[in-house]
Ligand binder design. Structure first.
Ligand SMILES: CC(=O)SCCNC(=O)CCNC(=O)[C@H](O)C(C)(C)COP(=O)(O)OP(=O)(O)OC[C@H]1O[C@@H](n2cnc3c(N)ncnc32)[C@H](O)[C@@H]1OP(=O)(O)O
Ligand SMILES: CC(C)C(=O)C(=O)O
Length: 524
């Protein structure tokens, strides 16, 4: 593949991405993320702004020493001290880049820098010359290029290249431009700057109007050959261009982009995305392209039927390409008969085990009631047909909990189990833990809590708390949900829901065993 056709991927998760966080990342977290980003096979990693704090200097220095593969880059203002710090922090990198920048838009020049374009240009040229003492890989950015007149951009870029810049980056710093405008800037620079071919043209787009990816892609079509981006698109304000989206656009639409390509190892996308989300404490929106929880989940019957017949009817990329094991076919009241039959087939049931039309009616009733229907619900429907949520074995009769600052919390729970009322009390670090301990004593089941998620439904003081828990019992996972104004009660309801699901699964198991015994007796 020709070098001219390669789109360089410049990851700035650890620099611009980190600017999104309320608290900056610890050195250990930065190093962990740096290794994950290197596994994506990015070409360049911008890993910090060394002059900004001793901690950031140390992180850049450690990453420069430890992380092999990509070019390691540090950011510096066009200021001598910044360049010196950057050069020192990157000293031990196998391959290093100094990225220096200065704002060029009239607004930034007048109010922020209080300089003329000529003065800013002289400062940039001096910074680039200074950087060349440390490396010959120097990137120069015209901050707020998206709002800079094209002739001003040409003026400073020509001089930056003459001073030794090998990459020229065009940032749409405030996410202001639209794709046609941004592509026109790249075209104009290629036509008007006489020495432009001596440098690689790069773009750095922000997402204030949701156009960061679209602008970056348009720029590539107009001749840019480096995209600056971050994992999950995190970054200052509304974030940056998302790495996983551009990588998958270029890969999926080779009919448009070939011979252009990126070197991203796309099968690492899901893992790195989830690591970034976890470490940065920034949940991924479920409908986020490529990596969101719903990106490969189909919930409606027509789509599910299509995907079962030919996956590409509703999937333009395969989940395995981005490191997701398989797609998901969620069972909801929008599902149809095909997916239910398919699911039951996977669970080991043959068509003779149930009447599809009857089962489908009871499935719809249940799905309307509870939203998502899980495998154990479906199996229970096969055996008990008219399964009602209110057929609860366990029912919460009463709950009282108390907590005092500095003391352990306590809770008393009463559960109605058939005709019996069972009561237990327990203590815990908080009222939820205390209540869960009490329920555990009642059920006597070795249940392991895998996930606990609390969200608010509605707003203001009367918002409802919804608790969703995933619990494991005898190697199977069960989902329980509880909704109440009081979050301790919502948690307890979710736990009781899990107990009822386990109870139902045990009934299904008993039915299955009885069926197997009968089948065995018939063949003897
Ligand atoms: C668009 C971007 O994302 S750029 C990167 C943004 N990231 C950051 O700002 C994080 C790291 N920043 C920092 O740690 C600090 O801001 C520092 C260490 C760089 C500077 O801190 P301070 O010296 O206290 O200055 P402060 O941040 O308040 O103001 C910025 C100064 O840099 C100047 N400046 C801003 N950009 C540049 C530039 N590219 N080149 C030269 N000077 C610049 C400003 O005009 C201002 O100078 P002034 O003090 O003469 O008015
Ligand atoms: C330093 C530059 C590239 C930047 O982050 C921006 O302009 O958004």
């Amino acid at each position: 593949m020709s070098a001219d056709n390669k789109i360089w991927i410049f990851d700035t998760t650890l620099r611009d991405g980190e600017q999104a966080l309320r608290a900056s990342l610890s050195q250990k977290q930065k190093i962990q993320l740096a290794h994950a980003i290197a596994r994506l096979n990015v070409d360049v990693m911008e890993v910090g702004f060394p002059v900004s704090s001793p901690g950031d200097f140390d992180s850049v220095q450690r990453i420069a020493r430890e992380v092999k593969g990509p070019v390691i880059c540090g950011l510096a203002r066009a200021v001598a001290g910044d360049i010196e710090a950057c050069g020192a922090a990157l000293k031990d990198a196998e391959r290093k880049r100094i990225h220096t920048f200065i704002a060029t838009s009239p607004l930034h020049l007048e109010y922020k820098l209080r300089k003329t374009l000529q003065q800013a240009t002289e400062q940039a040229v001096a910074a680039i010359r200074q950087a060349s003492r440390y490396t010959d890989d120097i990137e120069f950015s015209c901050e707020d290029a998206g709002r800079t007149p094209i002739d001003d951009l040409c003026y400073i870029i020509e001089r930056a290249i003459a001073a030794g810049a090998t990459t020229i980056n065009i940032p749409d710093t405030v996410g202001y431009t639209i794709p046609t405008e941004f592509a026109a800037i790249i075209h104009a620079l290629k036509n008007k700057v006489p020495n432009i071919d001596k440098a690689r043209l790069s773009v750095h787009c922000h997402n204030d109007l949701g156009l960061a990816v679209a602008n970056s892609i348009s720029a590539v079509q107009a001749g840019a050959r480096q995209i600056e981006c971050t994992v999950n698109g995190i970054g200052e304000r509304a974030g940056n261009c998302s790495l996983e989206e551009v990588a998958m656009i270029v890969k999926t639409r080779q009919d448009v982009f070939a011979p252009l390509y990126t070197n991203i190892k796309t099968t690492e996308i899901y893992r790195s995305s989830h690591l970034v989300s976890q470490i940065c404490n920034m949940p991924i929106q479920p409908n986020k392209a490529v990596v969101g929880e719903n990106a490969f989940a189909h919930s409606s019957g027509i789509h599910q039927d299509g995907v079962l017949k030919a996956q590409n009817t509703y999937e333009i990329m395969a989940p395995e390409q981005v490191g997701i094991r398989q797609n998901e076919l969620n069972l909801t009241s929008r599902s149809g008969r095909h997916v239910i039959q398919h699911r039951l087939n996977d669970l080991g049931y043959s068509k003779d085990d149930y009447n599809l039309d009857e089962l489908y009616q009871s499935f719809l009733a249940l799905a309307d009631q509870k939203g998502r229907v899980f495998d154990y619900d479906l199996e229970a429907l096969v055996f008990f047909q008219n399964l009602q949520e209110q057929d609860e074995f366990y029912r919460l009769e009463f709950l009282s909990s108390s907590t005092h600052t500095g003391h352990v919390a306590s809770a008393t729970v009463g559960l109605r189990c058939g005709d019996n009322l069972l009561t237990e009390a327990a203590t815990g670090n908080g009222p939820v833990e205390a209540a869960f301990q009490a329920i555990q004593r009642i059920s006597k089941l070795p249940i392991r809590m895998v996930d606990f998620n609390l969200s608010a439904k509605g707003s203001g003081e009367d918002a409802l708390g919804q608790v969703d828990i995933i619990a494991e019992f005898e190697g199977r996972r069960f989902h329980g949900a509880g909704l109440a104004t009081d979050i301790v009660r919502a948690s307890v309801l979710a736990y009781v829901h899990v107990l009822n699901m386990i109870q139902r699964a045990q009934q299904v198991d008993a039915c299955k065993q009885a069926r197997q015994r009968t089948a065995g007796a018939e063949t003897e």
